[in-house]
Design a protein. Structure first.
Length: 203
């Protein structure tokens, strides 16, 4: 039987990438200077973590590598934590999409399952890979305090797992650049008690 333990996960979204705000998805743009500053400022000199896990995309992994090296922490790049794929919207800004198809973003946010972009990763598949990664993180890092550097979609999906939020509602959650969301999971045998402690904060 698994031991009784508490695991804390701090989910940190990347800062601004080169090229500014757009539906970037799995496009691998690095952080801008502003993005680096946002992430460094959000963390400061704090280091309550025992390990760092990151999406392998540059806008997450480069900061994760710097932070882990500075504090001597183990780092794992987890490919299942890449952002949801936005298909034909990748590289497009919200203004471009709204000019081309007025109202399309409102429809997508209201029901991202029915109104997903063409060629996008289905939310059901995104849910499955994030759920699998979530379970493996809890199994491998049980009882520890871990920093997860990832994307807005990944953070939305992990919060949805904790709160049992329907998939069509996940875009109601705003995730700020370099914002930190803290989750706590109490495990008692085979039972898990996940909680959202705070969202969009800093240390």
């Amino acid at each position: 039987m698994p031991p009784k333990q508490t695991t804390t996960l701090d989910l940190m979204r990347h800062g601004e990438p080169v090229g500014g705000r757009k539906y970037r998805g799995q496009t691998d743009d690095p952080l801008s200077e502003t993005g680096w500053a946002q992430m460094r400022q959000a963390v400061g000199d704090h280091c309550p973590w025992q390990a760092v896990i990151s999406s392998p995309l540059l806008r997450c992994s480069e900061f994760a590598r710097e932070l882990a090296a500075r504090h001597g922490l183990p780092l794992k790049l987890e490919p299942r934590l890449v952002e949801v794929g936005f298909g034909s919207w990748e590289g497009r800004t919200a203004d471009e999409l709204n000019i081309e198809s007025p109202g399309i973003l409102h429809q997508f946010r209201a029901d991202p399952i029915t109104h997903a972009p063409s060629g996008a990763e289905p939310l059901s598949e995104f849910h499955r890979r994030i759920h699998a990664a979530w379970k493996d993180v809890l199994a491998s890092y049980g009882g520890k305090h871990v920093l997860v550097v990832a994307h807005a979609g990944v953070i939305r999906m992990m919060v949805a797992l904790v709160l049992d939020t329907p998939l069509q509602n996940i875009f109601r959650l705003q995730v700020s650049s370099a914002g930190i969301t803290r989750l706590r999971v109490e495990q008692d045998g085979d039972r898990l008690f996940p909680q959202l402690l705070f969202h969009g904060g800093c240390l």
